[in-house]
Design a protein around this ligand. Structure first.
Ligand code: G3P
Length: 219
């Protein structure tokens, strides 16, 4: 189970990387537009901090320009994974890029059929958006279940990257269903550590210690 951080915020990435739990980062045009004045140098900075896969999305919508942008982005670092939206042009570009050993993360996946064609086109990652499906009163996790089954049935090698995660329950359920990677917004990442009984338990331990002993251990 790999954990990615779904943000382009440098401070959030640095803070989370310190835990040793972060295997990579996913960005998208919206996230980069919130954080970067110069997107390319911003991406280079993220790659320096993470030292793992960093997904960066093309902004072109036709195959030829997607491929041109993908080549440009992938030259930034061997860690770059090029994000391509699941459209007819995107699938053609994915197939072409994958044949040329450029790793593609096919994004904006909302159905099992989209996932299947992306895997068949050679996607390195596929990104189903769980939260946005839930937002329209459908079941995002059901999609993960279907994709995991299709991947197993045919031995596709694409990794399933559960995205658009809204809460720790999404994270746990996606992990139980067999997603290979879950990408978390920083807020959800930090929520993984929290439990009110931990806070209460720790306070009691420290209060009991401090009521009896003057110093901490080793002082
Ligand atoms: O990075 C893609 C995806 O995770 C976006 O999530 O929260 O905008 O639906 P969200």
């Amino acid at each position: 189970m790999k954990i990615f951080l779904d943000t382009a915020n440098i401070e959030e990435i640095k803070k989370a990387v310190e835990t040793g739990l972060i295997d990579g980062v996913t960005t998208n045009p919206s996230l980069l537009s919130q954080e970067a004045s110069d997107p390319i140098s911003h991406i280079k900075e993220i790659v320096r901090i993470v030292n793992g896969p960093v997904s960066v999305e093309v902004t072109a919508t036709n195959k030829a320009e997607m491929i041109t942008q993908a080549k440009y982005i992938s030259e930034i670092s061997p860690h770059i994974i090029v994000k391509i939206p699941i459209t007819e042009e995107g699938i053609k570009a994915t197939w072409e890029l994958s044949k040329n050993n450029i790793k593609v993360n096919v994004t904006l996946i909302f159905s099992a059929s989209q996932a299947l064609v992306a895997m068949k086109a050679g996607a390195y990652y596929i990104s189903p958006f769980i939260g946005r499906i839930d937002d329209i009163s459908s079941d995002g996790l059901k999609l993960i279940e279907e994709i995991v089954q299709i991947k197993r049935n045919y031995g596709f090698t694409s990794e399933i990257l559960a995205a658009s995660i809204r809460n720790p329950l999404h994270f746990i359920q996606a992990s139980k269903l067999g997603a290979d990677i879950v990408t978390l917004p920083p807020k959800v990442f930090w929520q993984l550590f929290k439990h009110p009984l931990t806070d209460i338990g720790l306070k009691k331990f420290l209060d009991d210690w401090n009521s009896k002993f003057k110093n901490g251990i080793g002082r």
